[in-house]
Design a protein around this ligand. Sequence first.
Ligand code: F6R
Length: 611
Amino acid sequence: MCGIVGYVGDKESAPILVSGLKKLEYRGYDSAGVAVVNRNQLNVVRATGKLRNLENRVVADQPQGNIGIGHTRWATHGRPSDENAHPHTYKNVAVVHNGIIENHLSLKTQLRAKGHVFSSETDTEVFAHLISDELEAGKELPDAVRGAIEQVKGTYALAVVSATDPHRIVCTKNASPMVLGLSEGQNFIASDVPAVLEHTRDIVYMEEGDLAIVTAAKVDIFNRQGHPVNRATRRIDWTPMMAEKGGYKHFMHKEIWEQPRAVADTLRGRMLLTEGDVHFEGWNLTPEKVRSLSKITILACGTSWHSGVAGKHMIETLARLPVEVELASEFRYRDPIVESSHLAIAISQSGETADTLAAFKEAKARGATAMAICNVIGSAMTREAEFSVLTNAGPEIGVASTKAFTTQLVALYLLAVKLGRMRGTLSVAAAQEHLTHLTEIPKMIEEVLKCEPAVKRVAREFMNSQDFLFLGRGPMHPVALEGALKLKEISYIHAEGYAGGEMKHGPIALIDEKMPVVVIAPKKPHVAYEKIIGNIEEVRARGGKVIAVIDEDDDQVAGLADHVIRVPAACALLAPVIATIPLQLLAYHVAEMRGNDVDQPRNLAKSVTVE
Ligand code: F6R
């Protein structure tokens, strides 16, 4: 998501920091900043918007000093602004941070009680305050950082400098990446390799819980227990472009593989397992309001619309509230019936899609309560919303949506549980069970990604097909739609997604021995499984080739299909998260084998800000 860079050596640090941040621009950001230490003085420069804004300020009044840290921010807590941009400082301490501090609200309350005043809306600023207190208690900087992280629950890649300790950077990580770049007489830290490649190719990957003390002359690393450790130095031969993609050939492939982490970030800090409830920061719907809702209208386009269709299954099942999923481009030009008892939910990765935004404004103007499920805080959609659930997937660069979709599904499931609890349709025990299912999802995604070799074999066999059909029933219907959309947009093969029950009403006429039919057939829900087996028989009877996405232990469909892709069995409503991933991989590999520009398919834009 965000980017970190740090430098200590004999050169002026500010230009090195800004140029390192530029190498991380591809990750997306909304503001940036640097903190430079010079003879016990801390100089901080920050700017909202493009890096050029920061660069202009740095050039106009360059902070002098041979040690510093820099950051590009992708907002998660607090809107994009100069005050919320990193580095965050308190007294002599400056910090930059990637990740999320889950208990920042309680820590802020404790710190305020001790007289601390906060100057930003971020969770990160808590680190600066905690470290400063630890220093004032007489600790050295590394111990002060350790003391602070002991109080924090959450994820972090954290880098710290202090005006009272002006020759070293202390950095540490937990579940967010951090690397050290080694060089003669100077050393670097970064969240990602591209930031330092121009200066060194000797990289140390920090491990979970590691803390590093970085000076111009050397780097000392300690593990979580505080013992000195040696971590291997690797020589990185990637080109800068390869480095941006983390060694993957395309951003889309990287983003598919990032999904365990992305989904974990969507869930982080939101599941209250003991209470059987869900916590959304800033949630402002009262129990009376939620109980008085008569309908939810989901407004979205493309992939986000597909997640809305899956969300309908989730919300109607768990919260027993009617949900309509509207194509935003249609809704905005109708005369829709909207009442004050309706909740309008805009779903959007970018938060800028013109049709979704217009439909959302229309629903709001007609009296609906407006909520957004969005990946970009500060985007038009979140500004329009009365309340937003952020998906926290991190920047999605490949034009074809992948991790945005699965994180939307998970956010919708959290929302369904929350609404179910508030409306009394879910008991504490039932909610706990649903939340437990959710906790298993990141691991299951790691498992399902192992199907890639099987998917590649299927891709090779069918890469020259003219058409594809995707079939799914119940919660798998939107997965079929999404599988078809993914394939068509990057491989340029014509593909249709259908609800299995619709096959007899038309698409069956297309089936012959040249037609691959991807059938998504998990065993749950049983009624959908039984019926989709009927569809498979119908395809086989007409010579169509069946590619079945099935549960690991399914022998019945395996005996009927030409090809099977086995996936771990999830509960019925969450199975779309798992079943979508082989379809993303199928689209990716077919497109790649056909030599297409996977990340920038023809005629498509990442953010459709025009009608
Ligand atoms: C498909 C895709 C598009 C978007 C659609 C909505 O892979 O990326 O269909 O889903 O343009 O975009 P957002 O979610 O940004 O509103």
